[in-house]
Design a protein around this ligand. Structure first.
Ligand code: GTR
Length: 384
């Protein structure tokens, strides 16, 4: 039955709204024990940890954060593409545990024309090197524009932590630092490892006096957006999270089964999520969580989802509904005036307000300057 529904779904993704099933979503504000959660204390002490743990066990797997030592070393390997306006720092972040060590590379631009400490945007990069040799195409990582506006910006490549490959994913921190994770059904996989790496980048930012780590935004596109959401849910040091077009296993509601589904993603990318996630292939309605609860975990920090109309595979409507529902945490628990009154079909302009936001743009699946421009506007409001 599984094989059948998988090939059906892959060859025939549903893009017909009338075929989206009627769904009942798990309530973020009722605990597993049936307690109604309405206070900040109950949210933070009971329900938030409960939801985080359900995502850990059933969806993304562990993010082990114990290690023996971490060190930061500046290296000089690449040409700085913006020498007149920025300093390029290439930083090797070396982490050791149980006598073994792993080094990941962080690329950081510090503006020359503004005063430190700088707010920082970190991009989880998974794109191949650009044809002209630069780290990534300019729109995808809009470093130049960020520098012009006085922000620091950094990126690391997922490949230097856990390769994005079903055969090789363990040839990074999994084999060297956390081999026991490979034996567990809720063990860390690639997306968790990228989240771990964002945390190590934050460790570096925190000890660099040029960086204002309290004003920090984490960004990732698509698979990088999935990792962004999970990392920001786990690591309270990020003040804003921007999962861009993160789709299935990211911002989109799994139960809608619109575009990419769990059976498809878990079969195409068996190295992304915990093995336990496979149990929900074709059985989305039995998941103890759905993705709107991930947005709620980021509160009271800020969270912003972005979609593209040409990216139906990622289910833009499912991403928006997920924000509408998840952002209820701000009004119901944190007494903030945050809401998304428009229906998806009515959306025109970006929704940029304190704590939670959303935009959908024209065009196809990618991270572009247009997205970054809205991200910057949103971050500015949070960092006022
Ligand atoms: C697709 C995958 C999506 C998304 C995308 C990307 O192949 O089905 O879930 O992650 O790749 O990362 O661009």
């Amino acid at each position: 039955i599984l094989t059948y529904s998988f090939s059906m779904a892959q060859n025939n993704p549903n893009y017909d709204e009338s075929k989206v099933p009627d769904i009942t979503l798990p309530d973020p504000f009722v605990s597993l024990g049936g307690k109604l959660i309405s206070t900040q204390q109950d949210w933070e002490e009971i329900r938030r940890p409960e939801i985080l743990n359900l995502f850990r066990e059933h969806v993304y797997g562990n993010i082990p954060t114990d290690f023996d030592e971490i060190s930061f070393e500046e290296v000089q390997e690449s040409q700085n593409p913006y020498p007149e306006k920025a300093i390029l720092k290439e930083v090797n972040i070396t982490v050791s545990r149980n006598g073994k060590s792993h080094t990941m590379r962080l690329n950081l631009f510090l503006p020359k024309t503004a005063k430190s400490p700088f707010p920082i945007f970190l991009l989880i990069n998974h794109r191949p090197k650009h044809s002209d040799g630069s780290l990534v195409e300019e729109g995808f990582w809009s470093a130049s524009e960020l520098i012009n506006r006085g922000y620091a910006t950094a990126s690391f490549h997922g490949e230097t932590v856990a390769p994005d490959d079903a055969e090789r994913y363990s040839e990074g921190i999994l084999q060297t630092l956390y081999p026991e994770e490979l034996e567990k059904s809720d063990g860390m996989k690639t997306l968790g490892a990228w989240g771990w790496a964002a945390m190590r980048a934050m460790d570096y930012f925190e000890q660099n006096p040029m960086i204002d780590s309290k004003r920090s935004a984490l960004i990732g596109h698509s698979r990088g957006g999935k990792a962004t959401l999970w990392a920001a849910a786990n690591d309270l040091r990020w003040s804003v999270a921007f999962p861009n077009e993160s789709g299935c296993g990211g911002a989109a509601i799994s139960r809608r089964k619109y575009g990419e589904t769990l059976a498809v993603i878990n079969t195409s990318f068996p190295h992304w999520f915990a093995d336990n996630f496979n149990a929900y292939n074709g059985a989305e309605e039995t998941l103890p969580v759905d993705q709107h609860m991930l947005a709620a975990l980021i509160a009271p920090r800020a969270v912003y989802f972005a979609s593209a109309r040409g990216d139906q595979w990622a289910d833009p409507k499912g991403e928006y509904i997920s924000m509408q529902l998840g952002a209820r945490v701000f009004s119901e628990i944190y007494d903030q005036d945050v809401n998304f009154p428009l229906a998806f079909e009515e959306l025109k302009n970006p929704i940029i307000q304190p704590f939670a936001g959303y935009h959908i743009r024209e065009g196809k699946h990618s991270l572009t300057w247009e997205d970054w421009e809205h991200f910057i506007d949103f971050a500015k409001i949070q960092w006022r």
